[in-house]
Design a binder for this molecule. Structure first.
Ligand SMILES: [Zn+2]
Length: 288
């Protein structure tokens, strides 16, 4: 046996405006608010057995009509389901009848209006990286399903103007070192390996930093046959010499202070000094 409630909806002047029945009145009554904007409160008149609810509803409607309550009930009551869930068959039928139906522009607008202004949760770099790692090697939902997803601009030709704009925006751009690394990782055949590699400590790029005479120009990452990561930096010496220096850790990078020009200069200076000394000594001898 299941109980159903007969309930009344009141407007702000406490007029009895609607009588209904439901097995879950506390969910049903607030749900009326959508179509009945005048609804100010509700009250349950009685709980009866579900099988009798229709008759009780009818008699309550009859009674309130007889005493002149401004009821908005369109029927004499007693019809409909009282909050029972749809059967699986009914649900399937509804699904089929709704499939392929397009929402009216107004409905769409309403739906959009609800969500506009709502900000999506922002991802920080760490969660983005984590998610990216978690998804590595997973089969995409649309893999092999041709045509399930069509780009909004498919078949549209870009105007000359937008093409120019695009070109300008992308001109001279290269992938970041991180993106390049991800590409490489994605190319590894074993999913386990991909995950392991992606979990490696991200590289804090040293690009732009100076170490004695070296200025770091660009980052270069390489994987050897055993898939071990090797980090290189392309560095420029103050004298203009470029050199690819491997990075083994922040403590030891770069091993040298310069391309060798410092040492060379020092040697030359020393040579010049000693030559000068010799020349002076010779002069002294000649004079004396
Ligand atoms: Zn140098």
């Amino acid at each position: 046996m299941r109980l159903a409630a007969i309930y009344i909806l009141f407007d702000e002047f406490d007029n009895v405006k609607y009588i209904g029945k439901s097995v879950m009145p506390h969910q049903r009554c607030p749900g009326h608010k959508k179509s009945k904007p005048w609804l100010s409160r509700y009250s349950i008149i009685e709980w009866v057995d579900e099988s009798e609810a229709g008759e009780r509803e009818k008699s309550w409607i009859r009674y309130h009509r007889s005493i002149g309550s401004p009821l908005v009930n369109k029927t004499i009551g007693g019809q409909g389901i009282s909050g029972r869930a749809h059967t699986p068959e009914a649900r399937e039928k509804m699904r089929i009848s709704h499939t392929g139906l397009k929402q009216s522009p107004e409905t769409i607008q309403k739906r959009v209006a609800k969500t506009t202004g709502q900000k999506r949760k922002k991802w920080n770099d760490e969660s983005r990286r984590k998610s990216s790692i978690a998804h590595l090697g997973r089969t995409p939902w649309n893999k092999g399903k041709k045509g399930s997803q069509v780009a909004w601009n498919k078949g549209l030709e870009a105007s000359e103007e937008s093409r120019k704009k695009n070109r300008k925006a992308h001109l001279g751009l290269t992938h970041t070192a991180d993106a390049k690394e991800k590409c490489k990782i994605a190319g590894f055949k074993s999913a386990d390996l991909r995950k392991k590699k992606a979990n490696e400590k991200p590289i804090d790029s040293l690009v732009g930093q100076r170490f004695e005479k070296w200025t770091v120009k660009s980052l270069f990452i390489e994987y050897d046959e055993d898939h071990n990561r090797r980090i290189f930096y392309n560095c420029v010496c103050d004298c203009g010499t470029e050199k690819l220096i491997q990075f083994h850790g922040p403590k030891t990078f770069p091993r040298s202070k310069s391309c060798g020009c410092s040492h060379r200069d020092a040697m030359l200076r020393a040579q010049a000094a000693s030559a000068e000394k010799r020349r002076n000594a010779k002069k002294l001898k000649e004079c004396g």
